[in-house]
Design a protein around this ligand. Sequence first.
Ligand code: FEO
Length: 397
Amino acid sequence: MKKALNGTVSWVGKIDWELTRFHGDEYSTHKGSSYNSYLVEEGKTVLIDTVWTPYAKEFVDNLEAEGLLDRLDAVIAQHAESDHSGAMPELMRRRPDLPVYCTANGVKSLKGHYHQGWDFHVVKTGDEYDLGNGKKLVFVEAPMLHWPDSMFSYMTGDAILFSNDAFGQHMATERLYNDLVDQDVLWAESIKYYANILTPFSSLVKAKIDQVLSLGLPVNMIATSHGVIWRDNPVQIVQKYLEWSQDYKEDRVTILYDTMWQGTRVMADALAKAIAEASPSTTVVSHCLSKFDKNDAITDVFRSKAVLVGSPTVGKGILTAVAAALEEIKGLRFKGKKAGAFGAYGWSGESVKVISDLLKASGFDVVDDGIKALWNPDDEAIAATAAYGKAFVAKLG
Ligand code: FEO
């Protein structure tokens, strides 16, 4: 299970090929994931992060089988979310003397999760752990990347940045490095991960990257806690994060909708066709939220300069698939995106206003009052919807 990155640093994590949902049931992982733990064997032998709880025993057994468990001098707990700290109780049960290095928030979070009084050593940005052999780990607090407790560790000499959640992807692969995997999958999973997890913290992402870059440190590898290690031009993912963190948008419009009796679906199709005709350079994508994956839809929202959201009116409100997606979108705090609403109705017709209000409350620039169609859209209603789509795209600049 131990895979060498170089002479003294190894991957000792767990590849989770069967993971289909992450963060409970919130995030789809079409490609599985991995929980990357690293072992540094210099003068000191140090473990950086562990793995998710179901694999705790397997993980610690593997360390023991390779004669590593008794040799450990310390564990660095960069982030207490259980996909990285889940093996800590098993590890500490078998090595209760092991010092645990983490941030002050890491202590709170680890105690909150596991209710144990381990030998915590609190570190702050700039603090160092002497590995021996003239090398050290330098710690960098990275709050909200992904939790308030998160931190990075930079290994001098080998110039490896252990970045925990930052720069990761949910992707299972036995191929450890970014240059060895399918590039389309790598980048699709990287942007999905950013869009669905890191978007709310974009201002902190940029500030943290600027801080790390200002140190002028060489970086040979970025060893994340999920997916591949960036060794081929590792700066490329840093540059992408800088781009994604600054109100990212492409020439793309995403339509999100659900439908009961096809009326709102007919409107969604008319909007997609009209936008494509009015602006051939614009990519239009349409997601029926009750049928397709919510996280993939959110990735398209992240990539878009505008969204159109549709639902029929149901009980003076909107369909639950649309409501659920809008609740998640609210939490992601997208910035700099325009929006409109649409929907079919039979009686009272509140859905378009409900959606518009939710989009406004979520930080979208709602450009107009949206469009409704009474009963099933007839030719006239379809033409009106298409005209609305053309007018909408003309407002996007
Ligand atoms: Fe991969 Fe925030 O845990």
